[in-house]
Design a binder for this molecule. Structure first.
Ligand SMILES: NC(=O)c1ccc[n+]([C@@H]2O[C@H](COP(=O)([O-])OP(=O)(O)OC[C@H]3O[C@@H](n4cnc5c(N)ncnc54)[C@H](OP(=O)(O)O)[C@@H]3O)[C@@H](O)[C@H]2O)c1
Length: 321
């Protein structure tokens, strides 16, 4: 892998995978979740990545094939988790390493594709809505990019936490998708009247929390719709531009901005987070909204489509069980 257009820069390589070190779990990959970060990484715009070559794919589900001594997992376990992509080990591969602290056994009833697309989006939504906002039951949550990966997860987690969710997306197909996945209200950001529509829905109060993986003009319109004591949760820049924050506006209208990077806390704290996410999935409150499923050989095409993604979570099918 090197930086550039995915069709030219992504290539298959023969690899060997050494025995996993403490903190790693080696799996045979069945499915791997995808998203806008793949496009950023391939183009060389992802802030946390070093120089290529590296393996792409932030998350994966599959069967454990090797563990270090003392691991919580055993060979044969079916698991899903966050890959060692920051160290070059991505999920679009026959085998990969998962970070043990960010790995769970696949909850009952979750399909392989849902499992492959679960960890990043829901861990990110949790970091934003529980660790950083935090949102309270009864508050109004405005989710941007709500038919996308992290937005779709925030929509579901927001509902599970007792919020009223207003989902924002850019087409009727995506708005229908958001309704099917539990949104109380849906708004098209292309309609140009987002603040007025949010004011109508909230009786003039505005949204308590804005979950923003998009940035740019859509986020600017959402800030105009934020309530007193509101919080804008800064997740990402799928529009290519960050949200335009104005400190005087924040002061005069009494709201805050919180940055979010969904990185693990202490192993004990991380275990609590993943157990809570697994419990919510077990209860059916969280379920990866799988969108388009690609074949392993279609990874370059899949990455090139992440700048105009279809609704739902994109997943790559790697090997059959
Ligand atoms: N902070 C963290 O820890 C963390 C974790 C995961 C991801 N992220 C970041 O969050 C951002 C979104 O990632 P994601 O995986 O949720 O993305 P995604 O699934 O592709 O969703 C992004 C949404 O943004 C909207 N959008 C508006 N302009 C766009 C454009 N020019 N290109 C693509 N989408 C555009 C699209 O919705 P409409 O078509 O409805 O407008 C799309 O559904 C990225 O910047 C990523 O790096 C951050």
């Amino acid at each position: 892998m090197r930086f550039g257009a995915p069709a030219d820069s992504v290539e298959l390589q023969r690899m060997t995978w050494p025995e996993p070190a403490p903190g790693q779990v080696l799996i045979r990959v069945h499915a791997a979740g995808a998203g806008y970060p793949d496009a950023m990484m391939a183009a060389g715009h992802f802030p946390l990545m070093g120089d290529p070559p590296f393996g792409l794919g932030e998350e994966a589900a599959g069967e454990v094939v090797a563990v270090p001594s003392g691991s919580r997992f055993s060979v044969g376990d079916q698991v899903t988790g966050i890959t060692g992509f920051l160290d070059g080990w991505g999920g679009y591969a026959e085998y990969t390493y998962l970070r043990e602290e960010s790995t769970i056994r696949i909850p009952a009833g979750m399909t392989t594709e849902q499992a492959g697309g679960f960890p990043i989006a829901f861990r990110t939504a949790y970091a934003g809505l529980v660790d950083r906002a935090p949102i309270e039951a009864g508050e109004v949550l405005l989710v941007l990019g709500a038919a996308g990966s992290s937005g779709g997860a925030a929509l579901q987690l927001g509902k599970a936490l007792g919020a009223t969710v207003i989902a924002v997306a850019g087409s009727q197909e995506k708005l229908d998708f958001c309704k099917r996945h539990g949104a109380d209200h849906v708004l098209n950001h292309r309609s140009g009247d987002l603040p007025a529509r949010v004011a109508d829905i909230t009786g003039g109060r505005g949204a308590d929390v804005v979950f923003d993986p998009v940035g740019g003009e859509t986020a600017a319109a959402a800030l105009a719709a934020i309530a007193r004591n509101g919080r804008v949760v800064l997740i990402g820049v799928a529009s290519g531009k960050p949200v335009p924050l104005d400190s005087m506006d924040m002061l005069l209208r009494n709201y805050s901005a919180v940055g979010v990077l969904a990185t693990p806390g202490s192993p004990a704290a991380e275990a609590v987070v993943w157990q809570r996410l697994a419990d919510l999935a077990d209860r059916g409150a969280l379920s990866t909204p799988v969108g388009r499923v690609y074949d392993f050989r279609e990874v370059p095409e899949m990455i090139s489509r992440q700048t105009a993604p279809a609704p739902g979570k994109t997943v790559v099918r790697i090997t059959s069980e």
